[in-house]
Design a protein around this ligand. Structure first.
Ligand code: BES
Ligand code: MN
Ligand code: ZN
Length: 486
């Protein structure tokens, strides 16, 4: 969606939305709107929308009212996003191609205005590329918005938020694609295209190069697939030269059949979004590069397809990771950790980052624990954990912290190798995190976000339609703003 700013109402507007703060309607509305809103019990709560029709100069005009709730409410910015998102949800397929969003008399700050616009734009995203038989009334029509009555600074601030939207939309596009279209090499191509001209540096390791580096864990996962594995590294140098970077690492299993430990058929299709961690990292790199963030940031995606085949790895195989540690692969479906461990080792050796945060759809157990409301957070560093929790809270991409300890760690000791890739039945998300921690240098701040329940949604939410959510992009982008650019 294209969002532009104007000084006055464009002529010929057929849909005009007024943002209603604290339930106070703007001056000058027709009585039929004012009385209609009252009759419809419109109170201006977050996300509440009223619609009425009026005649203006012989033309029928739709007038919408959309509420932000109260000033100073907890989650104020999220409430503002809801005001924009509710308009998008109502009008995206309405036949209207553009909307005027009028902030006159709302008293919203510039930042609050951008929150409304963020909600509006994000909630408009959909992926209809493969739906060739959509009925007219099902097709997206709303493609542009004109903003009037906003404080001066809002337009400048919006540039940053528009870059954030681009990153989230890019991540959603990757997640929505099926695995016959999106696989390791095509994932890389899409990232190259999206990042072209931004000044970001891209390095891609192919299987030969990974072999030479000893990435036996990552490569083992891809053995059964016809698709070549890749390690994708995106390097953004917007900070001071010589300053050590922060690193973000994503699990990019472009399809997870489980391998020889094959998954049951029903629901296996969900595993096309087993690259949601990698998509979050790639999307965040798009945002960061497009808004020219003043920080040094590395994004790494481990890209592999997990398939059963005559060449696939077997339960019981022992692989040697790049770190030199050996792993007994007892379950080929616990593959995400095998991909991430080599990516973690590589990023530390290559860049000596000040900290690492990884994102992964790592365990079904995470969904058992948290459902679809929070991602799970695991960290060896309280400061890093606090910053991520607060980035999650302020953006709505919420996280909840879980423990790590040596008692959990020893559950993955193996009698025949340095470790096994699964633990006992209990604490499955924690033992997966313990596995990753074995590949992180002792004093390096590291956090792991298990986002299995957050990548894909069965129902529409605040700023997303059902389907890909883009979860995680905002956590990374907010962390960069709060910590690295502060
Ligand atoms: N990609 C899955 C985890 C997952 C499951 C993500 C459902 C999203 C929805 C992961 O690779 C996996 O298969 N994990 C296993 C681990 C087990 C074998 C220890 C799981 O959770 O069952
Ligand atoms: Mn798996
Ligand atoms: Zn997986």
């Amino acid at each position: 969606m294209n969002i532009t700013f104007a000084d006055s109402l464009p002529s010929g507007a057929s849909l005009i939305a007024h943002i209603v703060n604290r339930g106070a309607l703007p001056d000058g509305l027709e009585n039929v709107i004012v009385e209609g809103a009252k009759a419809a019990r419109f109170k201006g709560g977050p996300g509440q929308v009223f619609e009425g029709f009026v005649q203006r100069g012989g033309k029928l005009v739709r007038v919408a009212l959309s509420g932000t709730g109260e000033n100073g409410a907890d989650e104020r910015s999220i409430n503002c996003e809801k005001a924009g998102a509710a308009l998008a949800a109502k009008y995206v397929t309405s036949g209207e191609t553009s909307i005027v969003v009028d902030f006159t008399d709302s008293g919203l700050t510039s930042a609050e205005v951008t929150s409304v616009l963020l909600g509006l734009r994000l909630r408009c995203w959909r992926h209809d590329a493969y739906r060739t038989k959509l009925k007219e009334e099902q097709k997206k029509t709303l493609v542009s918005a004109t903003v009037i009555g906003a404080p001066k600074r809002a337009e400048d601030l919006w540039e940053t938020e528009a870059a954030l939207c681009e990153g989230i939309e890019f991540a959603r596009d990757l997640i929505a694609e099926p695995a016959n279209i999106l696989y390791p090499t095509s994932f890389v191509t899409r990232c190259r295209d999206a990042l072209q001209g931004t000044g970001i540096e891209i390095v891609v390791l192919d299987e030969d190069e990974m072999e030479k580096l000893g990435m036996g864990a990552l490569l083992g996962v891809g053995l059964g697939s016809e698709k070549d594995s890749r390690l994708l590294c995106m390097k953004w140098s917007g900070g001071e030269t010589g300053q050590r970077p922060m690193a973000f690492v994503g699990k990019g299993v472009t399809f997870d059949t489980g391998g020889i430990s094959i998954k049951p058929g029903p629901g296996m299709w969900d595993m096309k979004w087993d690259m949601g961690g990698a998509a979050a990292v790639a999307g965040a790199m798009v945002s960061i590069a497009k808004r020219q963030a003043k920080a040094n940031i590395i994004g790494v995606c481990g890209l592999v397809e997990n398939m059963p085949d005559g060449r696939a790895q077997r339960p019981g195989d022992i692989v040697t990771s790049m770190s030199g540690q050996t792993i007994e692969v007892l379950n080929t479906d616990a593959e995400g950790r095998l991909v991430l461990c080599d990516a973690l080792t590589w990023v530390q050796k290559e860049f000596d980052p000040v900290g690492i945060v990884d994102f992964a759809t790592l365990t079904g157990a995470m969904i058992v624990a948290l459902g679809n409301e929070h991602g799970g957070l695991f960290a060896n560093d309280d400061t890093l954990a606090e910053k991520l929790l607060s980035a999650g809270k302020s953006t709505g991409d919420k996280l909840w912290r879980f423990p790590l300890s040596s008692a959990y760690d020893k559950l993955i000791d193996s009698p025949i190798a340095d470790m096994k890739n699964i633990g006992p039945r209990g604490a499955g998300s924690i033992t997966a995190a313990q596995f990753l921690q074995r590949f992180v240098d002792k004093d390096r701040p590291w956090a792991h976000c298990d986002i299995a329940g957050m990548v894909f949604s069965e129902k529409a939410g605040q700023t997303w339609d059902k389907g890909a959510t883009g979860y995680g992009v905002r956590i990374i982008d907010q962390y960069v703003r709060d910590v690295l650019e502060a």
